[in-house]
Design a protein around this ligand. Structure first.
Ligand SMILES: Nc1nc2c(ncn2[C@@H]2O[C@H](COP(=O)(O)OP(=O)(O)OP(=O)(O)O)[C@@H](O)[C@H]2O)c(=O)[nH]1
Ligand SMILES: [Mg+2]
Length: 448
């Protein structure tokens, strides 16, 4: 027996239709109180025409879908009212439901019930949120794969294999006289630890791609003043967004733009030119630029072909040496004064931002293999909760392999295996922390 919740599931505003969703033990009974036909005897999964009434007044002409438990999204009785769109009508219908005994759902509460009632696992629930938030075709594909349960299946397969191994360990413990069984079991443990390490490491490696698909590539354009950073940003996004002048120190705050390369979003940030300065505003800008290095997925480090390298240039080379970076030598239309030997071990792109930056776009695509990414099967993890638990499971599998090598007693190995199962169960939400679940679902939108 659960209380009955209701919420507007469509976006609030003016539109042709709004859908109000009701879920819980009394869903049908509550809607019946405000509907002009008797819904109590209607078959499950039917759509019923009628009117929402208050006293004897018609509030709206509606279609009401009845879906009886358990074959519903929440596994509870669900009623959906399709009423006319617009704020006044939708709110009025919602108000009548509340007066008649339903409670306003919290954000994500329908999906939370679907999860708690075993209709979907946690990865699937998180993917539903990702699907709703998808802005690109690629993030949509990523999310729908999560909902279809590809990753859940992989995790569940591993858990089942581990359970089988532990069942065999139990046999060994019960019949210690059969040495040969123990040898077979130890071989099984070795195989499973190798298998987990291999499968989960692959998933983890590819999850980097999942993050890029979902969040885009944070790209920082860095360099001394006047080297042409803002010109490069403007050319990349094909818009005069950043101010370009021949005065060094033109850009003082960050300027952001977005482009898509092979369907992947590039969040490009143009920064204040790096130099020592007494100008307070410019100084803050420079400090901001330096801070952003840490979070960037890619640095485009720009130098001026027409000038010799300065100590500031060299400092920037040093500061970004461990980051994924592309070195751009700009102003190639002017006479070369720069010493190219400094970059002899690096891949450099020579261009002139006043002409075009196509080569730079191609390099970004090559570095991140964006073309391949686009054609892959999109079975990636895409959120940090899942990623950190997969990392934990890999570590546990490695420790299991180590324990096996030093001949740890088999009943201790059984405990190690149980721990891996627990971590994997956490990923799919088979075991969970209530606080975490509350936080997770509270990020959903209302009515989902
Ligand atoms: N000749 C030539 N001039 C360029 C090129 N790219 C940029 N410039 C010029 O160089 C000057 C500085 O360009 P910006 O794009 O403002 O340089 P910036 O790196 O953003 O400079 P700050 O904002 O001061 O750090 C402008 O006058 C541009 O027109 C290029 O490829 N060739
Ligand atoms: Mg600039």
């Amino acid at each position: 027996m659960t209380d009955t919740i209701c919420a507007i599931s469509t976006a609030v505003g003016i539109g042709a239709i709004s859908i109000i969703r009701v879920s819980g033990t009394d869903a049908i009974e509550i809607v019946n109180k405000i509907f002009d036909k008797d819904l109590s005897k209607k078959e499950s999964h039917t759509i019923n025409y009628g009117h929402i009434m208050e006293d004897n007044n018609i509030i709206d002409e509606v279609m009401v879908s009845i879906m009886k438990a358990p074959k519903t999204f929440t596994k509870e009785d669900v009623v959906e009212i399709n009423c006319h769109g617009g704020i006044a009508t939708t709110n009025k219908v919602l108000e009548l439901l509340l007066i008649n005994g339903a409670r306003l759902a919290e954000p994500g509460e329908f999906t939370k019930r679907a999860f708690l009632n075993g209709r979907i696992d946690l990865i699937e629930a998180e993917s539903i949120m990702d699907l709703i938030n998808s802005e690109t075709e690629n993030s949509r594909k990523l999310a729908i794969n999560g909902i279809e349960g590809k990753i859940s299946k992989l995790i569940k397969d591993i858990i089942n294999k581990l359970i089988m191994v532990n069942a065999n360990i139990e046999v060994n413990i019960d019949y210690p006289e059969y040495d040969d069984i123990e040898i077979i079991t130890k071989k099984e443990i070795e195989d499973i630890s190798i298998y987990i390490n291999k499968e989960l490491s692959k998933l983890l490696y590819e999850s980097e791609n999942g993050k890029l698909i979902k969040e885009g590539i944070n790209t920082l354009i860095l360099g001394r003043p006047n080297v042409g950073k803002s010109s490069i940003l403007n050319k990349l996004i094909d818009e005069d967004k950043a101010i370009v002048t021949d005065i060094a120190g033109t850009t003082r705050d960050i300027v952001e733009g977005q482009i898509r390369i092979n369907g992947i979003l590039l969040n490009v940030i143009d920064t204040a030119g790096i130099r020592k300065t007494d100008d307070i505003v410019e100084k803050i800008g420079v400090e901001k630029s330096i801070k952003l290095i840490e979070e960037a997925n890619l640095i485009i480090l720009v130098f001026n072909n027409n000038e010799i390298l300065t100590s500031e240039d060299k400092e920037l080379l040093e500061k970004t040496k461990d980051k994924k970076r592309i070195i751009v030598i700009n102003k190639m239309d002017l006479e070369s004064k720069i010493d190219f030997n400094v970059f002899k071990d690096e891949n450099i792109i020579k261009l002139s931002a006043i002409e075009d930056v196509e080569e730079l776009k191609k390099e970004v695509s090559d570095i991140f293999k964006l073309n391949e990414l686009n054609n892959k099967d999109f079975t990636y993890l895409s959120n940090s909760r899942q990623i950190s638990l997969v990392k934990k499971a890999i570590e546990q599998a490695k420790n299991l392999a180590k324990a096996l090598k030093v001949d740890v007693p088999i009943d201790i190995l059984e405990i190690d295996i149980k721990e891996i199962c627990e971590t994997l169960n956490e990923i799919i939400g088979e075991s969970y922390d209530e606080k975490l679940i509350d936080t997770l679902f509270s990020n959903f939108c209302l009515g989902k």
